[in-house]
Design a protein around this ligand. Structure first.
Ligand SMILES: N[C@@H](CCC(=O)N[C@@H](CS)C(=O)NCC(=O)O)C(=O)O
Length: 208
């Protein structure tokens, strides 16, 4: 049997979370190796690109969360087979990745510098990003981004819009998604209620 080990931070979100959900949806056991931020500092240099997540398959490490989403998404039936639909799915994955990088650049800033950087993001890129995703959702038919069904694109976008609306990002209003892209806010609620997602979180709070 193939051995999978996913190393990522110990929180329910971010780049690793769609991969965890897809593993669960596929019914594939994996070693869910969760690290604290302090623990990453200690081992950062030992990862290929000094970042997480890292997926080990029978001991061989691969990086890049979107590649993992596609790979595990295929195992779970959550990645489109049709090339055009797969392209639409990829477009969402990569747009979200762009956004994570833009927000990531503001980490480590403090005080006024942080406030200015985040306000600039909210008025500029974040608004462009949310409207762009909204547009991709409309292209997919309004309910899902691709293939007329749940795919890893929905899981990836859901993580990002949940994060943006969580209130943990100082100076990013928690109602930004609702204000800028209401259909995307509805998508977030809908994907959070998808059986694939609720079953995963039920398994997290269950015994073991
Ligand atoms: N393109 C990479 C980006 C990975 C990345 O930047 N990961 C963040 C966490 S989500 C990280 O480990 N950053 C380095 C750090 O926090 O020191 C991917 O999608 O996996």
């Amino acid at each position: 049997m193939t051995a999978y080990k996913l190393t990522y931070f110990d929180f329910d979100g971010g780049r690793g979370e769609p991969v965890r959900i897809a593993f669960h949806a596929a019914g594939i056991e994996f070693d869910d190796n969760r690290l604290s931020f302090a623990e990453l500092s200690g081992m950062r240099a030992s990862t290929r690109f000094n970042a997480l997540p890292v997926l080990e398959i029978d001991g061989a490490a691969v990086t890049q969360s979107n590649a993992m989403c596609r790979y595990v998404g295929k195992l779970a039936g959550l990645n489109p087979v049709d090339d055009r639909e797969a392209l639409y799915c990829d477009e969402v994955l990569d747009a979200v990745e762009d956004n994570s990088h833009r927000i990531g650049r503001t980490f480590g800033l403090e005080g006024d510098e942080l406030r200015k950087a985040r306000e600039t993001l909210v008025e500029g890129w974040l608004t462009v990003f949310l409207r762009g995703l909204d547009d991709l959702l409309a292209r997919g038919g309004g309910r899902y981004f691709a293939d007329g069904r749940l795919t890893v694109a929905d899981l990836k976008a859901y993580m990002e819009t949940r994060w943006i609306g969580s209130g943990v990002l100082d100076h990013v209003p928690a109602d930004l998604v609702e204000r800028v892209a209401p259909k995307l806010a509805e998508h977030r609620t809908r994907i959070g209620a998808e059986p694939v997602v609720t079953a995963y979180y039920a398994s997290r709070s269950g015994p073991g």
